[in-house]
Design a protein around this ligand. Structure first.
Ligand code: FAD
Length: 491
């Protein structure tokens, strides 16, 4: 039979579940990627992720042609609605089945259900496989077979269940030479660029963010020698601590099985000392958070719109012109709190934000400015290269205390203390907030506490060259405690 592989968030050939199964079951395979108008339509005019996808698809296309040994056997790309395109293409190519990797996001489930119905009405199948997480929604459950809503017991159950079976790679590159079919003449077009898709130039090419399968390999190779220090380095944004692989996990240019296997094996390496093994365990734990939030979204799709804990929907957030002005100051990195501003500027200039700073910046919006976490979630969704609905929503609900296993609502990050603790020399601040870079390191956390002479020597005119804090933390904290206080009797 003939098969059609529909690539989505799995832009690689190695260790790809759908590709592996298609190779097992079909004699002849076509490959397609659809630029989905319902997604593209909601993106900003210039979007680094579209550029990332186009460049990664170009590499995937080349990988397909070289695996087949023929330029005719590359990737078919189309633009429109997959609900129309996939069934029509499957019919045109006379495919018995469309193979893809599954996706539990509510909009993806609805789309896939529609595609499946159309295919079925034509006598064709949609076959979906687990690929981008280690355990699917129902694979790690409590003893009473319900989903976990607290991370640590979920993680413990995850670790009890893990075996080499779940971590081993699919040999999905075998037989490509003989099975990849030549594309019909009309489909032998180069991969479109972001400009050809109607996007304004974004900043991806100015960043040092390698794209595609090759880019993921480079980042991984760069990270592995640093893995033994991960536990200590990961919390300091001025250091090169984490892997920076999130965008590659998002688009599937690297396999989660490969990463989790490396982490799991490293945890047990006898040639590593206890500290290095612990670092590997910590990194694995982060990868488990990713699985955790995927299963939360799958079991509780209401989190897309509402609080995980319904009582928290009663919280009254700040609205009106003053709140709008504060929200704009937060987005643009001019709150007067240098670490928050540095974080927000890192986000808008690079599309990345360090994990510690995501927590600090999110907490600041919700608990210092009193603004609805959904506004911040939406801003991150627009800006983050690695934006993933499940992790972003989980992170925001954690920070807002509205989520599963969230930060208790009465624990409120102090943006200055966080700054002193996690950017002690103000190096990260200096990188993104040059206005305060000439202050002595210890003063960069809270310039308003500097003496007039110190400010003058550093060339700072507060309120002009750099803002005064938009809110006073201690007062904001009291307001937040009162705001959340309505929950007290129930929580
Ligand atoms: P590493 O430290 O190298 O971690 C390895 C991988 O583990 C990451 O690539 C990521 O896939 C996963 N991971 C790490 N921490 C988490 C976590 N807390 N939750 C889920 N997965 C995690 N991550 C996203 O991938 N997309 C998002 O849209 C996203 N939004 C977030 C929003 C907020 C408010 C917060 C607090 C966190 C968010 N995170 C998100 C989680 C985390 O900040 C990023 O995954 C991490 O900073 C990515 O950098 P890295 O690849 O260098 O991470």
């Amino acid at each position: 039979p003939v098969g059609l592989i529909w690539f989505r968030r799995d832009l690689r050939l190695a260790d790809n579940a759908a590709l592996y199964h298609a190779l097992q079951q079909c004699e002849k395979l076509y490959c397609v990627f659809v630029f989905d108008d319902s997604i593209l339509g909601g993106l900003p005019q210039a979007d680094r992720r579209v550029e990332f996808i186009c460049q990664s698809l170009t590499e995937l296309d080349q990988a397909l042609r070289s695996a087949a040994g023929r330029p005719e056997a590359g990737l078919i790309t189309r633009r429109g609605l997959p609900q129309h395109i996939i069934p029509a293409l499957a019919q045109q190519l006379d495919a018995a089945a469309v193979f893809c990797n599954d996706d539990d996001e509510p909009s993806a489930l609805a789309r896939d259900a529609q595609v499946e119905r159309s295919l079925q009405s034509q006598g064709q199948l949609l076959l979906r496989f687990k690929d981008h997480r280690i355990f699917a929604r129902d694979e790690v459950l409590t003893q009473s077979l319900s989903p976990f809503s607290v991370f640590t017991p979920y993680k413990n159950a995850w670790l009890r269940k893990i075996t080499p079976f779940y971590l081993s790679s699919y040999p999905s590159e075998r037989d490509l030479r003989t099975k990849l079919a030549d594309r019909p003449e009309a489909e032998r077009r180069p991969i479109p660029t972001a400009a050809e898709l109607g996007f304004a130039p974004g900043t991806l090419n100015g960043l040092r963010l390698p794209t595609g399968i090759g880019g993921a390999r480079r980042l991984l190779a760069d990270f592995l020698p640093r893995l033994p220090q991960y536990k200590t380095a990961r919390d300091y944004p001025a250091l090169k601590g984490p892997s920076y692989l999130s965008v590659h996990l998002r688009f599937g240019t690297v396999s989660i099985r490969e990463l989790a296997r490396i982490a799991h094996e490293s945890m047990q390496r006898e040639d590593w000392d206890a500290q290095a093994r612990e670092a590997a365990a910590t990194w694995l734990s982060e990868l488990i958070w990713r699985d955790f939030y995927f299963q939360i979204l799958a079991h509780h799709p209401h989190v897309v719109e509402r609080s995980f804990k319904p009582a928290y929907d009663a919280i009254a957030w700040e609205t009106g012109p003053e709140a709008e002005a504060l929200f704009a100051a937060w987005c643009e990195g001019r709150t007067g709190y240098p670490l928050v501003d540095a974080a927000m500027r890192q986000l808008s200039s690079s599309g990345y934000m360090h994990n510690r700073l995501r927590m600090v910046a999110a907490s600041f919006l919700v608990k210092d400015l009193g603004i609805d976490w959904r506004r911040g979630e939406a801003w991150f969704a627009e800006q983050l290269n690695d934006f993933d609905l499940a992790a972003n929503n989980g992170g925001w609900q954690w920070a807002a205390s509205t989520g599963c296993d969230a930060q208790p609502w009465f624990r409120i990050f102090n943006p200055v203390t966080q700054s002193q603790k996690f950017d002690p020399e103000g190096r990260f601040i200096a990188r993104y907030v040059p206005e305060v870079a000439r202050l002595a390191p210890g003063l960069r956390h809270a310039p308003w506490l500097a003496r007039p002479l110190e400010l003058a020597e550093a060339g700072i005119s507060l309120g002009h060259s750099y803002p005064y804090p938009v809110v006073e933390h201690a007062a904001a904290r009291e307001k937040t405690l009162a705001r959340y206080g309505i929950l007290k009797p129930k929580s």
